[in-house]
Structures are given as structure tokens and as C-alpha cells.
Design a binder for this molecule. Structure first.
Ligand code: WT7
Length: 638
């Protein structure tokens, strides 16, 4: 799959229909961008005024110690107060906040009142178990309503949640718990995905054998399967929620929302980078709140009668920002579906859009390509006329998939918001708005207030049409504040390559109209089905197998996944290569890292291409696998 063929830059612009334009909150994006450029702080201060702050800010942006930027300094708030509490005194109290459907077809829904009640009770439970402001809580669950409830309950009392995606496994969990020093893990007995059961509790038990810090495990009953509960350590959620501690002394299901500094940490979210150690990206209450809600409002044009469906798992940043926090901040109705898109049949998503009258669908290119393979008959059996806007995120969308999504799902009338952003940015950075003329495969323009550029090795802007590094030149409120407990690595990885600018790790092109075309990662990150994985983590999972001496992982193009992992493995002396061993190694990676990291193909090799200093030259492996020129080999020692 070629992501962004250069000829598509000349494609005709696709303009919004009159209906879309009339509905859109932003009619003149250029004017908005000019205003933000002229006075960045005034721009964000105007948006921040839409929220409740217990104390006002002294400064919108404190840039006295770059790259450690601070936003809304001196102010106090709590994102949960703005997501829940403040809606309760308005008509939204009885509006649906969350609609959920399980893979087996069960339905649950929560009004703002009901969601807040559940969050309050669980927050009381957490407090009674000793969770305090600033403590880290690990959440590892399937896609059930208790996942956002647990996140909100933590944030409500000022605790820091660290959600680990349910598709990760033993070693990934162990490493993340140990790094964050969590005392509490919240999980489910199991989860449903594609008709199968994921044994979440059992995976947690195995991970906890490797780490000592965890005192308590709270288990949500989802499947009802038999799971061992360790006396004194493990508790059922439904038991805890019936205890008197879940309520106030007078029996009310209330819990005071903790007033926190705008810069108080909200969550850690681990993501992969260049080394084997995952980085805990740190986001805060104030700036994140303003950035996420503002981008969601203008890009997806959310209004009170909308039903918004972001298909992402809350375990990734897309889910944090645009399933949980963004929609609730806007008082919107969000839909969550537990399972896989093709279960039991490839019309599952389309039937959900029809059944719940979804107005805005935000998903990933890999899902579109996967569903496209089943043909148009599946979506055509459903009434998709409620859809007004579409969106995509996670990796470049190939124009063929873009056009299918636009024509077959959007019936040619729904603009596609191709939003470029990262775990680190917290919010959309390069994105269309409903009014923006579109080019299939391009994320179009930077969000107002965002200054991007495409530069060469030396930090100089390249010419239109040329490829270079994508950088960001101005701070934004939802930006990461640091890597948790590792300020040095934060500076090193993001702010050193081009002095004074944020280095995204992506390569891109900008065309003559100023539109951005993302090409892909320039580091050792592989995007598999939009999931971000680090080669080093996969390699260390392989090397933890007793038969393996050395390993190298690369990403190669894949029709549906975008990229697939291919691994090259050198065995220890005395080990015999065999198909059984290869199968065992694939299983081993899946067991340690998670099924999403399972290599597509493993090749056993007698040696790996390395530099004289011993660094594996993955680019040589990649070129060889694709039959491409191997480039400069002067440093190669074979
Ligand atoms: C990387 C960040 C941000 C939500 C999910 C991913 C790639 C993301 C796009 C897009 C082309 C994209 C980039 C980026 N990416 N959105 N619309 N077009 N590429 O978050 O896991 O932190 O990954 O995803 O390579 O750097 P993430």
C-alpha cells in the first residue's frame, strides 16, 4: 500500500455541501487561524473561558522554561467537574452521556446523572482503599462502560490513571505497572472480542507475579467466567459498590470533586519510541481539557443533538481524548461498542449506525480497508443516512480507502476529517474542519494556533512537494508535559533534533496549497493497524525466549494493516531452526507483548546486518525484504 502518491496532490478539491457548511460552527477557518496566530494566548483564553475554573489563571502560557511549558498557571479546576458535575445543574442532567452495546448485543446507557452517580460511588471506593491525589492507578480492561467510569473516578479524586490497552499482555503490563509504581489495578474477569474471550484477569495475575508494588486488584465481572480471587488482594467491583463506603455518611451517592492545579497530572499513557522502554506520556487537567474539547467542537462540529461514535479503544489516546474526555466536556452523547467490526458478520458497524442513529463516525484507515474487502453489499443493506461527518486517524489513509469511505459510507455527502495527531500532542494538530476543501489522503492544514513546518536535517524548511521532517513550532495547551519521571528523555527525544521545535518523528510533504501529507515514521516505531509498536519492544520479547540470541523487527507494507511486523531471529548455539520453533516464537511474542505485536512472519537467519559499533541496520533488512536498493553500506559489518 502506497500511502500518499505524489500525483494525488493535484486531485480536485472536494468541497463541503451546503448543508454541511450551514451546520458548521466555523465558517471562516482562515480568519480564525489569523486571529490565533496574532494572539495565541488570547485565542486559547477565549476557549478556556467555556469551562469552570475554581480559581482563575495568572498566565495563559508560561514559556519561561522551554520545553517545559505550562498552561493556565495559577488556575485550579478538575476536568471531571467539567465533564460531569457542571452538567448536572442543567437540562443535560437527563441527557444520555454514554450508550453502550456489548458484542453479544446487550445494551446499557447512562445519563449524565447516572454516569456521575457511578463515578462518585467508585471514587468513594477508591478513596476508601487509600487512593490519594497523585497516586497512580493502572486500568487494564475490555471496552465496557466501567472503563471510562474508572478513568473518571481516578481523575475526580486527583489520582493519575494509567490505562493499558486490553490487547497488551503480560510483560507489557508488568513493565508499565513497575514504571508507574501503581498500587491498584482495575481489570475485568475477561473481555469479549471477535467472539472470543480475552482472559484479562489471568493475564494480570501472571504480570503481578513479576511485580511487587500492587496491593489491590479490583475486578469487574463481564464474562462471568471462573477466575481465582486472591484473598485480601482481589475484590469484585460489584461487591465494593454495595459497601457503605461507596456512599456518603448520609447515604448519598455523592463524592466531592477534588480541586486541582491546572497543571496537576491527569493521566499517564505509555507509548512506544526508539528504545525498548515504553515512555509514559504525561498529560494534565487544565491544558488538556481546553485543547481536547476545543478541537473536538470545531473539527467534528458536535452539537447537542448529535450522537458521536469514535471506534477507538479507550486504552489509546484517541479513546482518552475523543471517547471519554472530549465528548463529556462538550456535554455530548457518545456511543461505545465493545467488540470487533465484523462480528458476527461484516455489517455489525453499519447495523449499529442505523440502530443508534449515529451522526458522526470517527475511525481508522485499517478498519476501513478491512471492511472494504467485504464489499459494498454489507453497508448498502443499512440506512446510514443519519451520518453527517466522518473521520479517520492513526496512519495515512490511502486515497482508494478514502474514496470508498466517502462514497459508500458517506454517500458522497459527508466530509472526512483526516486528523493527524499523537499520544504526545493530546489533541488534533493537523486536521480539516467541515468547511475545509479536502484532498483524499491529506490531513489538510494545522489547527488554528498550531504552527507546523517540514524541514531538512538542519532544520531548514524544504520546498513544497519535498519530503522532510514534520515539526511543530508553537506550544499548544494539550501538549504532553514530560515523560513521567524522565525529563531528560523528554528533552532528548522531542526537542533536540531541531532546536526550539517539537520533533514529531514523522516525515511529511507540504504541497503548493500548504496542505500536509504525512508519509510515515522516521524512527523505530511501526504502525500496525494504526497501533503504535516499537521494534525494540518486540525484539526484547523475542530475545526473552531461551532459544533466541538476537532479533530484529521491521515493518513491511500490508494491504489491510498498513504495516505488518517481520522479525529476523538468530538462534543460540545448539538450537535447531524449525517451523515449530517459529510458531512457538510468534506465540511467545503474543504472550509477552500482546496479540497486536505478534509478528506476521519470523525468519531464522545466520546473522544480522550491523554497523561496526554493533547497531542492527534495520533499514538494510527492510530494503532487502522489498528488493529495494540497500543504500549506503559503508558502515555495514557483516
Ligand atoms: C502517529 C501517532 C493520535 C491518535 C492515534 C495515534 C500516525 C496519526 C495520522 C493521520 C497519518 C497519522 C503518525 C503519528 N498518525 N494520525 N491522520 N495521518 N498518520 O496515536 O499511537 O501516538 O501515533 O500516528 O505517524 O506520529 P499514536
Amino acid at each position: 500500500m502506497e500511502s500518499t502518491p505524489s500525483h494525488s496532490q493535484d486531485a480536485d478539491l472536494i468541497r463541503p455541501t451546503r448543508d454541511v457548511l450551514e451546520h458548521a460552527l466555523v465558517k471562516d477557518r482562515a480568519a480564525m487561524a489569523r486571529a490565533a496566530e496574532q494572539d495565541l494566548q488570547a485565542f486559547w483564553a477565549r476557549e478556556a473561558a467555556n469551562f469552570v475554573w475554581f480559581n482563575g489563571w495568572d498566565k495563559v502560557l508560561d514559556d519561561s522554561n522551554p520545553p517545559f511549558y505550562k498552561w493556565f498557571t495559577g488556575a485550579t479546576t478538575n476536568i471531571v467537574y467539567n465533564c460531569l458535575d457542571r452538567h448536572l445543574s442543567t437540562w443535560r442532567r437527563n441527557k444520555l452521556a454514554l450508550i453502550w452495546e456489548g458484542e453479544k448485543g446487550e445494551q446499557r446507557s447512562f445519563s449524565y446523572h447516572a454516569l456521575s452517580r457511578e463515578v462518585c460511588m467508585f471514587a468513594n471506593v477508591l478513596r476508601s482503599m487509600g487512593v490519594r491525589k497523585g497516586d497512580r492507578v493502572t486500568i487494564y480492561m475490555g471496552r465496557v462502560p466501567e472503563l471510562p467510569i474508572a478513568m473518571l473516578a481516578c481523575a475526580k479524586i486527583g489520582a493519575i490513571h494509567s490505562v493499558i490497552y486490553g490487547g497488551f499482555s503480560v510483560e507489557a503490563i508488568h513493565g508499565r505497572i513497575e514504571d508507574s509504581q501503581s498500587n491498584i489495578v482495575i481489570t475485568c474477569d475477561g473481555g469479549y472480542m471477535n467472539g472470543k474471550v480475552v482472559e484479562l484477569k489471568q493475564i494480570v495475575d501472571e504480570a503481578l507475579k513479576r511485580c511487587a508494588t500492587v496491593e489491590h486488584v479490583i475486578v469487574i465481572k463481564r464474562t462471568g467466567m471462573d477466575v481465582p480471587m486472591e484473598e485480601g488482594r482481589d475484590y469484585w467491583y460489584h461487591d465494593l459498590m454495595t459497601l457503605p463506603v461507596a456512599k456518603t455518611a448520609s447515604g448519598q451517592s455523592r463524592c466531592e470533586t477534588e480541586e486541582v492545579d491546572a497543571e496537576h497530572p491527569l493521566f499517564l499513557l505509555y507509548t512506544s519510541g526508539t528504545t525498548g522502554k515504553p515512555k509514559a506520556i504525561l498529560h494534565t487537567h487544565g491544558g488538556y481539557m481546553v485543547g481536547v474539547a476545543t478541537t473536538l467542537k470545531y473539527v467534528f462540529d458536535i452539537q447537542d443533538d448529535d450522537r458521536f461514535w469514535c471506534t477507538a479503544d479507550p486504552g489509546w489516546v484517541t479513546g482518552h481524548s475523543y471517547v471519554v474526555y472530549g465528548p463529556l466536556l462538550l456535554g455530548a452523547t457518545v456511543f461505545i461498542y465493545e467488540g470487533g467490526p465484523t462480528y458476527p458478520f461484516p455489517n455489525r458497524w453499519w447495523s449499529l449506525i442505523e440502530k443508534y442513529g449515529i451522526n458522526i463516525l470517527y475511525t481508522a484507515p485499517t478498519a476501513i480497508r478491512g471492511l472494504m474487502r467485504f464489499g459494498e453489499a454489507w453497508p448498502n443493506r443499512h440506512d446510514l443516512s443519519s451520518l453527517r461527518l466522518l473521520g479517520t486517524v492513526g496512519e495515512p489513509i490511502n486515497p482508494e480507502a478514502w474514496r470508498w469511505y466517502h462514497r459508500v459510507i458517506g454517500k458522497g455527502a459527508c466530509p472526512i476529517m483526516d486528523t493527524w495527531w499523537q499520544t504526545e500532542t493530546g489533541m488534533f494538530m493537523i486536521t480539516p474542519m467541515p468547511e475545509t476543501p479536502l484532498k483524499p489522503g491529506s490531513g489538510t492544514l494545522p489547527f488554528p494556533g498550531v504552527q507546523a513546518d517540514v524541514v531538512d536535517e538542519h532544520g531548514n524548511s524544504v520546498k513544497p512537494g519535498e519530503e522532510g521532517y514534520l515539526i511543530l513550532k508553537t506550544p499548544w495547551p494539550a501538549m504532553m508535559r514530560t515523560i513521567y519521571n524522565d525529563n531528560e528523555r523528554y528533552v532528548e527525544q522531542y526537542w533536540k533534533k531541531v532546536p526550539g521545535a517539537y520533533f514529531t518523528g514523522d516525515s511529511a510533504r507540504r504541497d503548493a496549497d500548504g496542505y500536509y501529507w504525512i508519509i510515515g515514521r522516521v524512527d523505530d516505531v511501526i504502525k500496525v493497524s494504526g497501533y503504535r509498536l516499537g521494534t525494540a519492544e518486540i525484539e526484547s520479547a523475542l530475545v526473552s525466549h531461551p532459544a533466541v540470541a538476537e532479533a530484529a523487527a521491521i515493518g513491511l507494507p500490508h494491504e489491510v494493516k498498513g504495516n505488518a511486523i517481520h522479525a529476523y531471529v538468530m538462534l543460540k548455539a545448539g538450537q535447531e531452526p524449525s517451523d515449530e520453533l517459529i510458531a512457538e516464537l510468534r506465540e511467545h511474542v503474543s504472550h509477552e507483548m500482546g496479540p497486536i505485536a505478534k509478528p506476521e512472519k519470523i525468519t531464522i537467519v545466520p546473522g544480522l546486518p550491523k554497523t561496526r559499533s554493533g547497531k542492527i541496520m534495520r533499514r538494510v533488512l527492510k530494503a532487502r525484504a522489498q528488493g529495494l536498493p540497500e543504500g549506503d553500506l559503508t558502515t555495514l559489518e557483516e
